[in-house]
Design a protein around this ligand. Structure first.
Ligand SMILES: Nc1ncnc2c1ncn2[C@@H]1O[C@H](COP(=O)(O)OP(=O)(O)OP(=O)(O)O)[C@@H](O)[C@H]1O
Ligand SMILES: [Mg+2]
Length: 361
């Protein structure tokens, strides 16, 4: 099972640089999620890998085969890849079995009985045995999606490319299908590039996540790494909610902003502008007068501006005394404060994650 390597890929549409010097490796047998906001170049990247688009610059390798370079480009049907589109692209006039068999059209040497057996086996794998004679219009969205998966897998591709394959499904089905895709990946271990703009989906499905911003990779890593140690403000704010505080570094582990002084995780350059990210659930709220939990913890005072009860948690906005900073704080729904209440806030330095300068990884 080979991996995929993209080196300094670039693709423009007229004035728009959709992909701008993108470098990324998908390890053999890995499922890597390409995650980023609308328009950041995810679909363009996938189409470059599939060969539906030709880059102006850069190279694409699968194992030790070069598929695309300024010197030579391999045609899509010779890349041993399968792609699943957001719209499934099933043929409405073909039955389920015919749609899956359509994936095998480039294998003319395959005898009919062998082909039928492979189609049946694939439909069993995606849990659609018995649906062979139905038409796509007679299936639910999730079932159509499974047909598209079966059609992609039946050709035994080396590389699987998926472009937001779950975005047409309702929320419950989408969650179920995340586990289904992960299960299939564990069964087949095909090297997979999975495009999504949904961070929860990326976290559940993938081995690693590559975050894209304006046609470039800004961070690659496991879900925990990207969430707990975002490299830049863009990544911190895109992966879940966070508070970003900008100021000046007083020392390697202290940030000052007006009247606010925060002890942080470290890595600051004294005297230089600095920024840290603090997740809303990493801030503890207590009535004023409560003692801070650790001697090094940041102990702040504030006034609750807004409290929203969300069932299993409470979402607060707290204005920090003597500063222009308003922090988002999320606590378990055990103790509730209301707007106007004075509160004590505790933040461990380790929860104040230093952010680096914006730019490609
Ligand atoms: N055929 C095209 N002609 C001109 N511009 C295009 C074309 N396709 C894409 N673009 C532009 O290139 C940029 C990247 O588009 P792309 O489709 O790769 O984004 P994406 O990350 O897949 O977004 P989404 O999450 O909305 O699907 C966008 O600014 C888009 O408007
Ligand atoms: Mg897209």
């Amino acid at each position: 099972m080979p991996g995929v390597t993209m080196k300094e890929l670039s693709k423009r549409y007229g004035e728009v640089g959709a992909v701008q010097g993108l470098s990324l490796s998908v390890e053999p047998g890995e499922l890597l999620a390409l995650l980023g906001p609308s328009g950041c170049g995810k679909t363009t990247t996938l189409r470059l890998v599939a060969g539906f688009l030709t880059p102006e610059a850069g190279e694409i390798w699968v194992g030790d085969r070069c598929l695309s370079s300024p010197a030579a480009v391999v045609a899509p049907e010779r890349r041993r890849m399968a792609m699943i589109f957001q719209s499934y692209a099933l043929w409405p006039h073909m039955t389920v079995a015919q749609n899956v068999a359509y994936g095998l059209r480039f294998k003319p040497g395959l005898a009919r009985a062998a082909r039928d057996a492979r189609v049946r086996e694939m439909l069993r794998v995606v849990q659609l045995a018995g649906y062979e004679s139905r038409y796509p219009g007679e299936l639910s969205g999730g079932q159509q999606q499974r047909v598209a998966v079966a059609r992609a897998l039946v050709v035994e591709p080396e590389i699987l490319l998926l472009d937001e394959p779950l975005s047409n499904l309702d929320a419950n089905l989408r969650e179920e299908m995340r586990f289904e895709i992960r299960r299939l990946h564990e069964a087949f271990a095909i090297t997979t590039l999975y495009v999504t703009h949904d961070q929860a989906e990326a976290m559940v499905i993938s081995d690693r996540i590559a975050v894209l911003e304006r046609g470039r990779v800004v961070q690659v890593g496991g879900a925990d790494e990207i969430f707990l140690r975002p490299r830049t403000r863009f990544v911190a704010e895109f992966i879940g909610r966070t508070n970003v505080i900008e100021g000046v570094a007083e020392s390697t582990d202290a940030l000052a902003r007006g009247g606010l002084r925060l002890r942080v995780a470290g890595g600051l350059s004294p005297g230089a502008p600095a920024a840290v990210s603090i997740r809303p659930h990493d801030i503890a709220l207590a009535p004023t007068g409560a003692a801070p939990s650790g001697p090094l913890d940041n102990a702040l005072r504030g006034i609750v501006k807004r409290a929203s009860f969300l069932g299993d948690s409470v979402d607060y906005q707290v204005a920090i005394a003597g500063t222009d900073v308003v922090l988002r704080v999320v606590t378990p729904a055990v103790r509730r404060f209301g707007a106007g209440d004075a509160v004590a806030l505790t933040i461990a330095p380790a929860a104040c994650v230093t952010l680096g300068a914006e730019g490609p990884a």
